[in-house]
Structure formats: C-alpha cells, structure tokens
Design a protein around this ligand. Structure first.
Ligand code: SAM
Length: 218
C-alpha cells in the first residue's frame, strides 16, 4: 500500500512547494533584517524571511516520516512551520499512524495563512494546530506529553525552546534539530550531547555542508 506521503494530494503538494522553495532561494527582501541578526526581534527576523521557504531536505523529510511512523507519538511539536513542507511530512506519518496531533509554530502572518491553506488542501488540517507568534510564548499552551519534536526555527532559540519543552518530553521522545552546524545551535548541542542532561544524541549530515542532530530523551 502506498504511504500518504507518496500519494495525492500530499505528494504533488510537496513537489509544488519544493519547486516554489527553489525559486525563493535567492529572494531576500530589500532592506531586510539579516536572518542571523540576533539583535533583531523574532518578528523582525521572521518577516525578513517572509518570502523564503528555507525547507528541510527532501531526504530529511522522508527520515522524519519514518521516525514518526516508528515512534507513533501522540503529540508532535514543530518549531518553524514556514510554508509547511516539513509539517506535511510529519502529518503524512501521523495520518498513516492513525494517532497523534501536531502543534506547529510560526511567527510570520503570510506564511501562517499559506500553510493553513495548504494543510486544508492536503486534508490534514484536522491533525494540525498552527500556533501563531513567538514559539517561546505559544508553546507554553501545549501541556500534553510530547513524543516528537522538530526544531527548525531560528537556531539561537533551540536551547531555550528545548528547556521549555523538557518537562513534557516522554522517555524515548525524539528531538530532531535541523541545521545543527549553525553557530547559533552551539549551546543547544552542548546540552543534548552531555549525557548528564538526559539525552542520547547523534549527528549526521543533512543538507549540503550542514547536519541534523537527533536526540532521544532518556
Ligand atoms: C527554516 S524555516 C522552517 C522551514 C520548515 N520547517 C520547512 O522545512 O518547511 C524557519 C521558520 O521559523 C520561523 N520562526 C523562527 N523563529 C520563530 C519563533 N520564535 N516563533 C515562531 N516562528 C519562528 C521563521 O519565521 C521561519 O519561517
């Protein structure tokens, strides 16, 4: 039987979004705040990247799908929805599992509206809650035990976000952090790579000249 990930309507929607992402790759708003400018607010940085998709690799998406199929988490949290490419991979897995709900977070209004429309078109809006605004604030509303986390927003927020979510991570919960080679993620890596902090962590190449950190909660 073909997976939801490889079937219509999700497969053609993902292909279309990747084509748009390729076209958006070089697009930077004139006068925009650089994405790495840590003096700018979350909102300024999110709005500066409004027209950029910045998606996970297709291969990473398929890995995330497989991990969620295997782990069967009841609650999935995503930091950084953008236009919803990664979320569609998570949602395909949750749909095929027959259990689970996704909370995904995004601060840019144009991306939120577009992602919501995509999720409805994909027929997965019933299993996705889009939390609007700064994830450090919106994720305080998620009180369920969490079985899977994808970190893919601004990298300097990985550490405060995982600290926020830690009390709800169930034993065996998986935390996938994209762009682990980014300098902003350094303090996050220090935390998950120190076994005294309750993680077993592994790094592998993902994307050209970058990597993903996969950590399980002990
Ligand atoms: C790398 S993109 C996410 C790409 C998406 N995961 C995918 O694969 O399609 C990062 C996104 O995180 C959002 N973001 C960054 N910091 C945020 C925050 N504190 N709260 C909510 N969204 C945030 C940005 O606006 C941006 O759209």
């Amino acid at each position: 039987m073909t997976s939801t990930l490889d079937s219509a309507p999700i497969a053609p929607l993902i292909a279309d979004l990747y084509a748009k992402a390729d076209a958006s790759h070089l697009h930077v708003k004139s006068g925009a705040t650089p994405l790495g400018d840590r003096d700018a607010s979350v909102q300024e940085r999110a709005d500066a990247a409004e027209d950029r998709y910045l998606p996970i690799d297709p291969g990473t998406g398929r890995l995330l799908y497989s991990l969620i199929r295997a782990a069967r988490p009841e609650t999935v949290v995503e930091f950084g929805t953008s236009y919803g490419i990664s979320t569609l991979h998570l949602a395909a897995a949750v749909r095929d599992n027959g259990i689970g709900h996704i909370y995904t977070t995004e601060a840019n209004a144009k991306k939120i509206a577009s992602a919501r429309a995509t999720f409805a078109q994909a027929g997965v809006d019933d299993i996705i809650t889009v939390l609007e605004g700064d994830a450090l604030r919106t994720l305080t509303a998620v009180t369920d035990p969490i079985g899977f986390v994808l970190l893919d927003g601004w990298k300097d927020l990985y550490l405060p976000l995982i600290k926020l979510l830690e009390p709800q991570l169930i034993p065996g919960a998986l935390v996938a952090a994209d762009n682990a080679d980014s300098s902003g993620a350094r303090d996050y890596l220090d935390r998950v790579r120190d076994s005294a902090n309750g993680y077993t962590s592994f790094n592998f190449p993902a994307k050209e000249r970058d990597s993903m950190e996969l950590s399980s909660r002990n």
